[in-house]
Design a protein around this ligand. Structure first.
Ligand SMILES: [Zn+2]
Length: 573
């Protein structure tokens, strides 16, 4: 570029020579050498700018890895890029100036002007460097080297150097209770609140009826700890022996099914633990603490996990039915997914929800979807949803509104984004009033649809008239953020505006997003799950609790009820 400029300037020297014949030869030489100096300095400047450009591109790469922080960082970058391109333009202008100045006879103003331009460029470069350093510094901050919370680290895998640099030294002990640790096995209470006696009715040896007074007096007992009216309630079950007058053998009464369970805790206490876990989002150690402080019940963390495990096992068939109902039978459903960690490894929590039902599902791959999806899927334009066959789609307009906002924020001159936002909001207001319907019955729908097309046509035309973005790597030409969004909104117009024509399709995907938000909350207070099984149990319990909440059912009673009762409650039978 510098070379071509020089050639150009030489041309202009030749062209303008006749007009400047009255100038002294020495003056001319001074101009030529001065001009060469200027060109050299400018080439150097441009080199520096290219270096900055390279740094910017590198920074972009780092930015892409951080989805959540991306928006903020992108904004800064776009600003920097904008300044850079301005700089470059100014630089070009400056580099062309000397040649024109040669033909210009006023000699005095050339040097101070050049100095101004250089100083300004230097200042800009210093400013850019500072902004870059600041952006870099903020990018490198995470929970291990600043007071940022771990939840702000995002889902990207941490660099190996960060992963193993806990500031706490390893104890070398295994997790869980240590050798010699005094366990807290429940000691039987001497004063149970209730005593249930059980007697055998038939002899287990000869099958004779046993109903006389031939009780031997011997019995075994088991205590079940439960809650009643908010207090601990201990029931002692006593299994008595009877003597058979027919075969002279002794038969002991069996315990009821519920008493045989390995965990000696009653249904209400178990429900409480499950609700603390899946609804209140308490980590296991805090549940242990609550039971100890308020109910004076001492149980281990392992027992709490076992209680959740047992309840989840019982409720699994209900969740299967729920899933069938939501995925297959309901006409419109909302879908979303979020990442979380199981023992340090990234897993995904998927949700499919309607207004009355919610089902969660854990998977190791993000793309592992609910099977047998049908009807209309409301989602936020995550690509794999578009691979599901035989379904309609509706896109979340809350996402569109936010993306449009970013386009406006990045460049306030891209006015179409604001207009599109206004149009979407107007469409939403119309939907709230009219509930949606056939465009043939509502002429205003046609008007809004035409405006939609008009805004996007103009926006795309505008972007196509702009010079292409510079890009370092070969391959597909990159488009501006706003351009991509406009093209996408145009291409997916039907799915974006489906809420207008289908009364059951909502404007946003808030349904699913609300149902997933608790996972973020959970990660903040409880961290990750230790085991895959624990996470799966959580998903089962959470599905039940959330569905019961949506249907305004009593949470404790719902979790306590049998699968059949629950299916009836959820109206799934
Ligand atoms: Zn007998």
């Amino acid at each position: 570029m510098g070379v071509s400029l020089k050639v150009k300037s030489d041309d202009s020297v030749e062209n303008t020579q006749p007009c400047r014949s009255h100038l002294f030869e020495s003056d001319k030489q001074w101009y030529v050498s001065r001009f060469d100096d200027l060109c050299d300095e400018l080439t150097k400047l441009r080199g520096q700018l290219a270096e900055r450009d390279e740094q910017l591109i590198k920074l972009r790469g780092q930015l892409a890895e951080r989805d959540e922080q991306l928006a903020e960082r992108d904004e800064q970058l776009a600003e920097l890029r904008h300044k850079l391109s301005q700089n470059e333009r100014r630089d070009q202008e400056v580099s062309q100036e000397p040649s024109s100045k040669k033909s210009n006879e006023s000699q005095g103003c050339s040097e101070p002007q050049k100095d101004d331009a250089t100083n300004q460029a230097d200042e800009e470069i210093a400013m850019l460097q500072q902004a870059l350093d600041e952006a870099n510094r903020r990018l490198k901050q995470n929970s291990s080297n600043s007071s940022k919370p771990p939840s702000s680290d995002g889902l990207a895998k941490k660099p190996a150097a960060d992963r193993n640099r806990s500031l706490r030294e390893k104890s070398g002990k295994k997790p869980g209770g240590q050798a010699g640790h005094q366990g807290h096995t429940c000691q039987p209470r001497t004063d149970p609140d209730q005593i249930d006696d059980h007697f055998p009715d038939t002899c287990r040896h000869c099958g004779s009826k046993l109903d006389g007074d031939d009780v031997t007096g011997n019995h075994s007992s088991r205590q079940i700890i439960d809650l009643k009216d908010g207090k601990v309630h201990v029931i002692e079950h006593r299994a008595f022996e009877r003597h058979c007058s027919c075969c002279q053998e002794i038969t002991r009464a069996p315990y009821p099914e519920s008493v045989k369970a390995p965990v000696p805790y009653g249904p209400e206490l178990m429900a409480m633990v499950c609700i603390l876990h899946a609804e209140i989002q308490l980590p296991v150690n805090k549940i242990v603490r609550i039971l100890e402080l308020f109910l004076k019940i001492r149980i281990s963390e392992g027992t709490v996990t076992a209680m959740c495990r047992k309840t989840a096992q019982r409720l699994e068939p209900v969740v299967e039915k729920l899933e069938q109902k939501v995925c297959r039978d309901s006409k419109v459903k909302n879908l979303d997914e979020t990442g979380f960690r199981v023992n340090g490894r990234l897993h995904w929590l998927h949700v499919v929800a309607t207004r009355r039902l919610t089902v969660y599902r854990i998977s190791e791959k993000r793309g592992e979807m609910f099977p047998k999806l049908g009807g209309c899927l409301v989602h936020d334009h995550w690509k794999p949803y578009y691979k599901v066959e035989g379904v309609k789609h509706a896109l979340c307009n809350a996402h569109h509104l936010r993306e449009l906002q970013l386009v406006s924020d990045l460049n306030p001159e891209e006015k179409w984004a604001g207009r599109m936002q206004q149009l979407l909001c107007r469409m939403n207001r119309w939907k709230k009033k009219k509930k949606g319907g056939d465009p043939d019955n509502f002429p205003e729908l046609r008007g809004m649809s035409e405006e939609y097309d008009r805004i996007l046509d103009q926006a795309i035309q505008h972007y196509e008239s702009l010079p292409p973005l510079n890009q370092k790597s070969r391959g597909k030409q990159k488009k501006r953020k706003g351009h991509n969004l406009a093209v996408r909104l145009q291409e997916y117009k039907e799915d974006t505006s489906r809420f207008l024509t289908d009364p059951e399709v909502p404007f946003t995907n808030n349904q699913a997003e609300n149902d997933l938000r608790m996972m973020k909350v959970r990660q903040k207070i409880s961290g990750c799950f230790r085991t895959y099984q624990g996470a799966k149990d959580y998903a089962v319990l959470r599905s039940i609790v959330n569905t019961a909440k949506k249907q305004s059912l009593d949470l404790v009673k719902t979790v306590m009820s049998s699968p059949d009762q629950m299916l009836a409650k959820f109206e799934l039978k």
